[in-house]
Structures are given as C-alpha cells and as structure tokens.
Design a protein around this ligand. Structure first.
Ligand code: ZN
Length: 436
C-alpha cells in the first residue's frame, strides 16, 4: 500500500474550496481536510507541502487529434473543407506509424503540461490497425487516461467496408477488456469514432454503437461543426443531424457529440433529454470560422457539457486553460451577457467534474497562483478560469502516479521528443508534396 500526503493546499471541492491536505492511498483520494502526518493505518505517507497551490481535478481534453501536432500553424485562412483537402489530408496520408507515434508523444506531453489527465483522441489515420497501435504505445508511455476513438467512414472519400470497421473495433475493444491487461494499460481504452453523420451510413452507425455499448464504451462523432454540414444532412434525410442520430436510436448517454455549433432549440432539447454529452471546442470553432456553439442555452437546458481543444491543426495548441477561458468569453460575447458562464461553470466543464471528493481516483492538477498574472487572489474560481495559464501547472497526478512534478515531466522525455519532431516534420512535408 502506498500513501501520498499533499499538505497546505487550496482544494476544489463540490460547491467551493477547502484549505488543507489531501491524502492519496492506492491511487484514490482517501481523505481531504486536516490530516495528521501519520495516517490511521500507521503509515508514514510521502509528504509534499505545496505552499497554497490550487488543486483541481485533472482537466479533461474531451476531443483532439494527436496526429495533428505535426500540422500546427497551417490554418491560414482556408475554409474547413479546402483546408482539409489541401493540407491536412496530404500530411495525414504521408505519416508512417513511427511518425504518428512521435506526433502522439508530443501531443500527450502537451496535454500533461496543460493539466489534462484524460484525453480523447479521435484517431483518423486508420490505413492499417498498426497506426492505432502506435497511438496506444504512446498513450501507455505517457501514463495518461487516453480513449482512442478509432475514426471511420463507410461513405464517400476513403470509405471502408462496414465489416472491416466492425472487425477492427471489436478487436480493440477485446484487447482493452482482456483480463491479462496491466493496470497502466487499463488507462488506455477505445471508442467508435464515426467522422461525421454525412460520412457514415445509418446501419453502420447503429451496429458500431451497439458494439461500443456491449464493451461499456461509447460513440464519439463530429456533429454540426459548420452550417454547410447541417444542410447536407437535412437535404438527404429531411432531418437536422442531431435529430437524425436520434431517429436512428443512437443518441444517448453513450454518444459524445463533438462541436454542436449549429444546433436548434429542438436539437438542444433532444441532447438534454437523451443525456448525450456535448464536447465544446471553442478555440477550434473560432480559428476555423465555424461559429460559436450556444452553450449558454445548453447549460440552461442541463446538457452535459465538457471541453475539447480539437486537434492542433485547428487550434493550434492543446492548451486547456486557454480553451476554458475562451469558452467563457465567447459565450458571454455572443449572448451579450456577462453572467452567461460563471468561472465555476467553466471549471466544471474543463474538468468534467463538480469537485474532488473522497473515493475518487486521484487525478489531480496542481496550479501555482503566485504568478504575475494571477496574484493577488480574490476569488479562486476566477483566478483559475480567467487568470491562470497552462504554464502555471506545476504537477499532474493520474491514478496516484505523478506524470509531472515540480514543473518537470516524469513519464516522457520532453526535450528528446521536441528534437525528434523538429527533424521528422521536414521529411513529412516533402513526402506530402508541400515542399519540393
Ligand atoms: Zn475534430
């Protein structure tokens, strides 16, 4: 049995903040409050005095594409579909498994620095199963909780056969649920990742969703990111995308709806009734000029909202703090209402949590508020949601393991990864035909 005691902290708990200590035992939160240095079990826990740092639940990056760390800084004024065709798809097509693993390591290191303990990677490079395996290798090295949502499309460009999609998904689900899987491996899980409603057939959506349910997983899908996409589904089916997914019986608590920028009142009511989580990606939607999701209305309807950075190609980082502040700002600006999203609500969306409590897995993010942009602290919710930056993250713990401590990554060699990425991207650009 191992114990870690973090003392002298300001802790984000349901409904407010608590000053004191937090005791971690076997990967879980065992106590919060004034904890004597010697625990009830007579153990001497390893103790860290954090001198008033804020401890919040590890952030959740609800949607990204790790491959796109090699495609940052390219969204220079092209509309979504042209940007995909001219830049993103050629670069994706040129990636080898080794380069994809490196891109994923870089992206996971960035998520750790950003305070994210859980990441959903919508994994788009699926020419063979070996590409998804490369992501899994990187995820295991990082120690993060990573869900690999294996992307697929059985309609249009690059369509795969429904059977091939189902077979590969089933293989991954079985791999994750195998009893021989180690604890570290258990942090890596899989999901079904149809790209969009207009690139997936009704039948395969239903079959993959049923398969995901069987393995206690979920469907993760881009929906209504642009107005143009809504038109396409409406013309074809007579229904808007969220309503169409509902008509297929796959809109439920196990369908993560990514973007939902262009949803009407009736669709928002459906999202609330079916308890389908919405993953809001405010920075990506703004960078690509796609629009602003109506999250003030979504929160009022009780929709389960969380945040995603989206891939670095359209963000161009995976900075979860910037994403949180942008969610709050855009919601207020678009509704002309300074009370549209409170700092507390922004933190709850960013962490997909109402606060730390005894019994939860010890997924913690330690943030230094003694910085020139955060001090002095009047209100901790505002300090975290409006002042703090990703660079203030001092430590990240997942399941009781430190992935970052004292500002240094523990599981990944950051310098090495950056150096390798800088040289690998030159070769990738040539291979993709972007450089002669
Ligand atoms: Zn995306």
């Amino acid at each position: 049995m191992t114990e870690t005691l973090i003392t002298n902290a300001r802790i984000f708990v349901p409904g407010g903040w608590q000053e004191g200590d937090i005791l971690i035992r076997d990967g879980h939160i065992a106590a919060i409050g004034e904890i004597p240095p010697q625990s009830a079990l007579d153990l001497r826990p390893v103790t860290f005095d954090v001198h008033g740092m804020a401890i919040i639940p590890a952030l959740v990056n609800g949607h990204t594409h790790l491959s796109q760390t090699f495609m940052r800084g390219l969204a220079g004024g092209r509309p979504l579909l042209r940007w995909l065709k001219e830049l993103i798809w050629p670069l994706q097509g040129a990636m080898s498994e080794e380069v994809l693993e490196l891109a994923a390591l870089l992206g996971l290191a960035e998520n750790i620095r950003s305070g994210a303990g859980s990441v959903v990677d919508h994994q788009k490079i699926t020419r063979t199963a070996a590409f998804t395996e490369a992501i899994v290798r990187a995820a295991k090295k990082s120690g993060l909780r990573v869900t690999v949502a294996r992307a697929w499309s059985d309609r249009g460009n690059g369509a795969e056969s429904a059977q091939a999609i189902l077979d590969e998904l089933e293989g991954f689900f079985e791999q994750a649920s195998s009893p021989s899987t180690s604890l570290r491996t258990n942090r890596v899980t899989f999901a079904s990742g149809p790209l969009t409603p207009w690139r997936a057939s009704a039948e395969t959506l239903q079959k993959t969703h049923a398969l995901a349910r069987r393995f206690d997983s979920f469907t993760h899908i881009h929906v209504s990111e642009t107005a143009e996409e809504v038109e396409m589904t409406f013309k074809e089916t007579g229904l808007r995308p969220v309503a169409w997914l509902d008509s297929l019986g796959i809109l439920d608590e196990r369908s993560q709806i990514v973007h939902a920028v262009w949803v009407d009142e009736a669709e928002m009511d459906l999202l609330a009734q079916r308890r389908a989580p919405v993953v809001h990606c405010p920075v990506s939607n703004a960078v690509l000029g796609s629009g602003i999701a109506p999250i003030k209305a979504m929160l009022a309807k009780g929709i389960n909202l969380r945040l995603g950075t989206d891939g670095p190609a359209s963000n161009d980082t995976q900075d979860c703090f910037e994403n949180m502040k942008t969610a709050l700002m855009l919601a207020r600006a678009s509704s002309l209402d300074a009370a549209a999203v409170s700092p507390r609500q922004a933190l709850e969306m960013a962490t997909a949590s109402g606060g730390l409590a005894v019994g939860q897995p010890a997924d913690l993010c330690l943030v230094n508020l003694n910085s020139v942009w955060s001090a002095p602290t009047h209100d901790l919710d505002s300090a975290l949601a409006l002042c703090a930056r990703a660079s203030d993250v001092q430590a990240l713990m997942v399941g009781g393991d430190w992935l970052m401590r004292d500002g240094k990554l523990v599981t990944l060699d950051e310098e090495d990864i950056i150096k390798e990425a800088q040289s690998a991207v030159k070769i990738l650009r040539k291979k993709a035909g972007l450089d002669s």
